[in-house]
Design a protein around this ligand. Structure first.
Ligand SMILES: [Fe+2]
Length: 282
């Protein structure tokens, strides 16, 4: 398989609107101007409509219906409004079907939102300093699949055979058969879009968190978020059966036994229920 061909597909994708990186930067800035952030979102009417719909999802706990982004920003705060806006932006890319991975329309999106919620939950639990970043890492970790699906499709039998007969992970089989695995493709895409290095790294290593260098905790959170999403069966595709869990990640986030994991899964299932409105944004 021609890796160059895959890489040239990255250029064919419509670039993520520049506002995404601006929002991520603002989320890290304690002096960010909330009115300005709301203004960036309001400039795009389609995005505004979806942000307002998302804001009213039970997971955000607003008592009354919000009718403007400014009002929502005031009530929810910077971190949440950035999270919601990024969710809306990402839904356009992650909602279509990805046949190569046996993912129907909406499947990859549901698993991405669930991973985002799981990553945020884990980040809060271990007091990771940037739970918003963890959410974004979970949301975007499988982005590479949108480019790789068409290359995986004709080789799916060979990939499956390798995972079954040799016991290797799905992404390792992707590397051998297609030439480049989906985490690498996703990382390259985020690099092109100018996303921060920590996010790029966590996407690149979400199946091999021990190899992360800049922020290993973030990669471990992403990895576990992915595994928990698979366990809950949210939008699982062909690769779900060849999942290799990194046990060290469990220990690093303080999940010592099955009871701890079950507790996180129960809380995640609750959040997923409260976030149903986010599953149909695009
Ligand atoms: Fe993945």
């Amino acid at each position: 398989m021609n890796v160059q061909q895959i890489l040239s597909q990255l250029e064919a994708l419509p670039p993520m609107p520049a506002v995404a990186v601006r929002l991520l930067t603002a989320a890290q800035d304690p002096d960010a101007n909330l009115g300005q952030v709301a203004g960036w979102i309001e400039r795009d009417p389609a995005m505004t409509a979806n942000v307002l719909r998302a804001c009213n999802a039970p997971i955000y706990g607003l008592r009354a219906r919000v009718t403007s982004v400014r009002q929502a920003t005031g009530l929810l705060g910077l971190r949440k409004i950035v999270q919601i806006a990024l969710t809306v932006l990402a839904s356009r890319y992650l909602t279509p079907a990805q046949d190569g991975y046996a993912l129907a329309a909406g499947d990859l999106w549901r698993s991405s939102v669930t991973s985002a919620l799981a990553a945020e939950l884990l980040a809060e639990q271990i007091r990771y300093p940037a739970p918003g970043t963890a959410y974004t890492a979970g949301l975007l970790q499988d982005l590479g699949k949108i480019v790789l699906a068409e290359f995986v499709a004709p080789s799916i039998r060979e990939i499956r055979r390798l995972t079954e007969e040799e016991g290797i992970s799905w992404q390792e089989a992707e590397r051998r058969v297609v030439g480049v695995p989906h985490p690498e493709v996703g990382a390259l895409l985020l690099e092109r879009w100018g996303f921060p290095d920590t996010l790029v790294e966590s996407v690149r290593y979400h199946h091999r968190p021990a190899e992360a260098r800049i922020d290993r905790t973030l990669a471990q959170i992403s990895h576990l978020a992915d595994a928990f999403t698979m366990t809950l069966g949210q939008g699982v595709g062909a690769d779900g059966l060849a999942y290799h869990l990194d046990e060290d990640s469990l220990a690093s986030v303080g999940l010592k036994d099955t009871a701890d994991v079950e507790d996180v899964l129960a809380r995640l299932a609750e959040r997923v229920r409260a976030a149903q409105d986010l599953f149909t944004l695009a």
